[in-house]
Unconditional design. Sequence first.
Length: 160
Amino acid sequence: MFSFAPTPGQSKADLHADLLGAARALTDGEPDGIANMANIAALIWQFLPDLNWAGFYRMVDGALVLGPFVGKPACIRIAMGQGVCGAAAQSGQTQLVPDVHAFPGHIACDDASRSELVVPVLRDGVVIAVIDLDSPSPARFDDDDARGIEALAAGIAARI
Ligand code: SME
């Protein structure tokens, strides 16, 4: 049994630091990337409040393919440049979207989603995956969340 859990009342910075620490600890020494992505998605879901989807899309032959996640079933393949995930993968830049309905080309996998944060995972300067977080609340994510998930992406890039 694993007993990682957020501490009630902690600051957002501490929450993200603890999430990163839990992800590092849980994936330490495990070479299977799918298993690691599955546990990291579960940790994100456990640590971060107000999400309706959390998981990975992996770069496979030049397109994004659905990876381990928590949430409703989602679209399986996303072309480079398509949607928020494709924009993150193509640009290599974090996409912080306070209102998904205002994002041109947003792909609606879950009608409940109102805001989204997508962070590319880079290994040796190449995008190998993206971490996608959806929330039913508008403007759920801020710069602290973006920096936190970027640190998570950097911390697990060699393990997925
Ligand atoms: N909304 C994403 C698609 C993936 S789902 O949110 C899980 C996008 O526009 O790329």
